[in-house]
Structures are given as structure tokens and as C-alpha cells.
Design a protein. Structure first.
Ligand code: SF4
Length: 354
């Protein structure tokens, strides 16, 4: 199965929420002046498309703060990206007219953040009263519009025991198959508020296991990997359900464009943030694993990362890749070949920046 490559573009840092765990430092938030200029965003998307990326992945900050977001979405589709993914806290997507405007511009995947299974947990974590209700409304709007929904969930001390009830909502109630349970990056506000929010791998893992068991027992479909910023030694039975722990093999690392237009690589960036223990040398994943984050080590040390000596029996939950299969059908209908970079046999159009 050929997986789509992402081109990630950081469009801005300003935000209409005040997440207590935001991995940006407070100083960069609400800096409207630091938005990536439209021409730079278009150029970054063009470069990603020339690298045969399928998914224009637009991230922030909160990108719906930009009045020109529909224009950026449209230009990405004009370049031939079959998928434009909007990452959002969901607040503005509660407005059906705005959600429709983005879908009509060409956005077809919405990655929305939900940080608890109830208003008390989510609203307190994102610092916006009424936010949970708006996210639920955003899901309703996007479902009605036929857009694909993905979810990001940032684990921390206030929510890590509530993962199963959260999945009962996003998977059980809304039938969302694509979600990321993200172990904390102890950077920015998350590091500044570590005493209030920190949770260790050892504390979190039993609740992750409870959530995986719920998914299996309920017969839920999952699109792809569901655990981010974990390492194989944390949950050896769930390695096949983890993303971003492994050096990319055989394929070129995916591009990430910073707000100043600087070009980076997703896994290259992650690897620069990681370190390993002496014991890692004895681990069967050592050659593939990028290690654990230095920020984590600063708070908890590295003693929880112990070598895996032999592969564990995989937890019986397997990604469906339903979306990917739908993508393949869509490309075929358009006469495009997935392995040729979704139609890049012919050159994509450089944007006109009138
Ligand atoms: S290489 Fe180290 S960090 Fe990676 S899975 Fe093995 S023990 Fe854990």
C-alpha cells in the first residue's frame, strides 16, 4: 500500500485558545505579525508538490485565524494536491457557514483537537469556556459536509485517565477512525507548567492499554497508527500502532516548512530532539528507533526506556487504511498513478501570486 506523503506548512502562531499544554512558548502565541506571508505559503506548497506529496497539511497556531485560509486551501488544490488537511482547535468550525467555505475551497480532511471527554476537562485545558460544545458542533458540521475528520488528543495529567471515555465519543459516537493520542512534548507551556500537567510514560501506559482494549472490543475501525511520541519499549505489543518513532526507511523524509519559509524534515527534526540510553544498544529496535525526547529525560530521566529483547505478540488491532483505499480509488478515477506521486508525471503549476 502506497502511503500519501505530507507537506506540512506552519502558517501562523496566533490562536484563539489558551491551551495550558501548548508546546509553543507563550511569547510566540498571538504574534499576528509572524504569520507566514501568503506568497511564502504558496511557494512552500509548490515545493512539497514537486516532491510528490499528496497531502497539503496546514498547521499553526490556529490556522483559521487567517482570513486568507480559504485562498491558501484553494491554491493547494489548484496545484493538484488531492488532499488538503486543516489542523484546527475546532472553535471556528462550529460555524456551519465557515466550515462550508473551507470545504468548498477544497479542504477535505480536518484534524481537530479534543483534549477530554467532557466540557469540564476540555474547556479547562484549552482555556475557553464552551469550547467542548463547539468542537462537538464542528464534528456535526463536518460530518454533514462529507469531510474526513481526524482527531488530535494531547495526553497530560488532567486527562490521561479519561482516554477510554474520549474514544467512546470520537470512535463510538462519531465513528471517527483517524486519531492521534499524543504523548506530551515537554516544551513551551507544557514544560513551564510541568508541575501541574506532567505525566510519565509509566503512569500513562495502563490507560492507553485500556483504550486500545476498548477499540478492539467495540470492533472500531482505525485508519492508521494511533499513538504518537511513544517508543516501542513503552508498549512493545503496539509498535504497529505507533507513528514518528522510526527513521523513515526507503522513502525520503517528508518536508516541513517553518513560518519563516525555512525548510526542514519531519523525522530529521524529531531525531534532533531525541536521545538514547546505553541500554538501547541491546534493543531489537535500536537501528530503527530515534529514541526518546531530551525534554522528557530532563523531567523524568531515561530509566523507563529499557531494551526490548524480542518482538511482542502484536495487540490485535489493525489499521484499516480505509481512507487510503478511498484515495486510491479517487486517484484511479482521475487517471492518476499513486506511485507516480498522484499525477506528478506532468509538472504541477507554479502559483500565480496576484
Ligand atoms: S531503542 Fe531505546 S528508546 Fe528505542 S525502543 Fe529500544 S530501548 Fe526504547
Amino acid at each position: 500500500m502506497i502511503k500519501p506523503r505530507n507537506c506540512e506548512v506552519i502558517l501562523n502562531y496566533d490562536c484563539n485558545a489558551k491551551c495550558r499544554f501548548c508546546y509553543h512558548p507563550e511569547a510566540v502565541l498571538n504574534q499576528v505579525a509572524e504569520r507566514m506571508p501568503f506568497a511564502k505559503a504558496a511557494e512552500a506548497l509548490y515545493k512539497g508538490r514537486r516532491e510528490k506529496c499528496w497531502v497539503a497539511y496546514l498547521i499553526g497556531g490556529e490556522i483559521t485565524m487567517r482570513p486568507d485560509l480559504p485562498k491558501i486551501v484553494r491554491i493547494a488544490r489548484d496545484m493538484g494536491y488531492p488532499y488538503v488537511q486543516v489542523m484546527s482547535n475546532g472553535l471556528k468550525l462550529a460555524d456551519p457557514a465557515y466550515a462550508r467555505e473551507l470545504v468548498e475551497a477544497g479542504a477535505n480532511i480536518f484534524r481537530v483537537s479534543v483534549h477530554g471527554p467532557d466540557a469540564a476537562t476540555h474547556d479547562a485545558l484549552v482555556g475557553v469556556p464552551g469550547a467542548f460544545k463547539k468542537v462537538m458542533k464542528a464534528f456535526d458540521n463536518l460530518t454533514r459536509l462529507g469531510a474526513e475528520i481526524s482527531v488530535n488528543h494531547a495526553l497530560n495529567k488532567r486527562n490521561y485517565k479519561k482516554l477510554k471515555p474520549l474514544l467512546e465519543i470520537i470512535s463510538g459516537r462519531f465513528g471517527i477512525e483517524d486519531f492521534n493520542v499524543i504523548f506530551p512534548h515537554y516544551n513551551g507551556m507544557m514544560a513551564a507548567r510541568a508541575s501541574e500537567l506532567k505525566v510519565s510514560v509509566t503512569q500513562a501506559v495502563p490507560y492507553v492499554r485500556e483504550a486500545l482494549a476498548y477499540l478492539k472490543d467495540s470492533g472500531a475501525a482505525i485508519e492508521d497508527t494511533v499513538l504518537v511520541n511513544f517508543t516501542p519499549c513503552n508498549l512493545p505489543e503496539a509498535v504497529h500502532l505507533m507513528a514518528e518513532w522510526e527513521r523513515p526507511a526507503g522513502t525520503k523524509d517528508e518536508p516541513l516548512f517553518h513560518i519563516d519559509g525555512r525548510e526542514d524534515r519531519i523525522h530529521g527534526l524529531k531525531e534532533r530532539l531525541c536521545l538514547k540510553n546505553k541500554g538501547c544498544e541491546a534493543c531489537i529496535y535500536n537501528a530503527r528507533c530515534m529514541g526518546f525526547e531530551k525534554w522528557y529525560s530532563d523531567l523524568f530521566g531515561g530509566s523507563e526506556f529499557r531494551p526490548v529483547r524480542k518482538p511482542a505478540v502484536p495487540f490485535p488491532l489493525v489499521p484499516s487504511h480505509n481512507r487510503l483505499k478511498r484515495a486510491q480509488v479517487l486517484l484511479k478515477k482521475k487517471g492518476l498513478r499513486a506511485d507516480a506521486g498522484a499525477g506528478l508525471a506532468k509538472p504541477c503549476r507554479r502559483p500565480e501570486l496576484a
